[in-house]
Design a protein around this ligand. Structure first.
Ligand code: PLP
Length: 373
């Protein structure tokens, strides 16, 4: 028996809705489920418009293209994130500029953003890491003061809240992923959401080959085919109908894990600030190896031998060989991001995880804490 890191829960009307697509022949990106899913999801986030895409990565790319991000533009991002946030910046030939993580939320340190702003800065991209929302007030203040766009990467934070408002409802555009391990899934897929009608219309147009209304097959801009299929949207609709349950399950898991692991002094439990609702996309801990006795890497190996699948934390952007190859040097130091990378572990986090599984996992972790902690 293996306990996987994260599996989808397809316990609603997924089958019924997908069958409807097949029975009615509506299998492409035309079909009723697309708009229904977009509307339902946007409404859940508390934003006016949604535009489905083929993935979270393409949602971010579409967002950047829609806002006219181009060569020479600088986008401020956290050093501690995954490549899906960053590739789209490179697709547009723009330049990522890094901000280190803050130790208590693992998100971009809002005190270190302003020093990174130059004449070329066009946008800030906060990423709500592992389901904990970023500290949005200071980010929005800085963006307003310097006239910058905010593009939220909320791929890991469906349902998370900052001061009672949903992650994804702050930015000019916010992007979500529906990959199979995200809180809701369409298999592969993504969505951008926005309150601005013009942005919405432009994103829809660029998603669909940038066709013009006046004459078909006449094009003025670089467009994409980032269209989600009706079958994926059918799964998405069934998933959004269950999202409250999934978020609750994630939070219930975290509460039990916290209870089971809180006495292990060599472990840092995941954050939840007083202004935050963390949705614990991943239940994540830090191992203090001096006190714990084995490193995070060694612990992961041991847990794997017991059938427990875990995942290491992200490798920060300044340590990516890709950027060395591109000849791009990031100035400054990113010590917190490096420390997170070295000491962090994601534990099994599925919505369907059982109490017995969490008890088993916690017991195994305590077994390897060989300094009597
Ligand atoms: C998953 C993820 C993405 C990319 O989403 P895909 O659907 O896999 O392309 C982007 N950013 C973050 C933070 C993610 O976790």
């Amino acid at each position: 028996m293996r306990i996987p890191i994260c599996t989808p829960t397809l316990s609603g009307k997924e089958w019924e809705y997908v069958k409807e697509c097949l029975d009615t022949n509506w299998i492409s990106s035309k079909g009723g489920f697309i708009e229904e899913f977009e509307n339902r999801f946007a409404e859940y986030v508390g934003v006016k418009y949604g535009v489905t895409t083929t993935s979270g990565t393409t949602a971010i790319h579409l967002a950047l293209a829609t806002l006219g991000i181009k060569e020479e533009d600088e986008i401020i991002i956290p050093a501690f994130t995954m490549m899906g946030s960053v590739y789209p910046i490179l697709y547009q030939k723009a330049t990522p500029v890094l901000v280190d993580a803050e130790p208590d939320t693992w998100n971009m340190d809002t005190n270190k953003i302003e020093e990174k702003i130059t004449k070329k800065t066009r946008a800030i991209m906060p990423v709500h890491i592992y389901g904990h929302p970023c500290n949005m007030d200071p980010i929005m203040d800085i963006a307003n003061e310097h006239d910058l766009y905010v593009i939220e990467d909320a791929a890991e934070a469906h349902g998370a809240e900052y001061k009672g408002k949903k992650a994804g409802s702050f930015g000019d555009i916010s992007c979500f992923s529906f990959y199979a391990n995200k809180i809701i899934t369409t298999g592969e897929g993504g969505m951008l959401v926005t309150n601005d009608e013009e942005t919405y219309e432009k994103a829809k147009k660029l998603r669909d080959m940038a066709f013009t209304k006046e004459r078909r097959f006449l094009h003025h801009e670089i467009g994409f085919n980032y269209r989600m299929t009706n079958m994926q949207a059918a799964v998405g609709l069934a998933q959004i109908e269950q999202i409250e349950n999934f978020v609750e399950a994630r939070r219930r898991n975290a509460k039990l894990y916290n209870e089971l692991l809180k006495d292990v002094k060599a472990i840092t439990l995941p954050p939840e600030k007083e202004w935050a609702k963390n949705v614990y996309w991943m239940y994540s801990i830090l191992i203090n190896d001096d006190k714990f006795g084995v490193t995070a890497k060694e612990l992961m190996k041991k847990l794997s031998e017991k059938g427990i699948e875990t995942r290491s934390f992200f490798v920060p952007m300044h340590q990516q060989p890709l950027f060395h190859k591109l000849g791009h040097q990031f100035k400054g130091n990113y010590q917190i991001s490096e420390k997170l990378c070295d000491s962090g572990i994601n534990l099994p986090s599925s919505s369907s995880l059982t109490e017995n599984e969490m008890i088993f996992i916690s017991k195994q972790i305590k077994n390897y804490c060989n300094k009597g902690c």
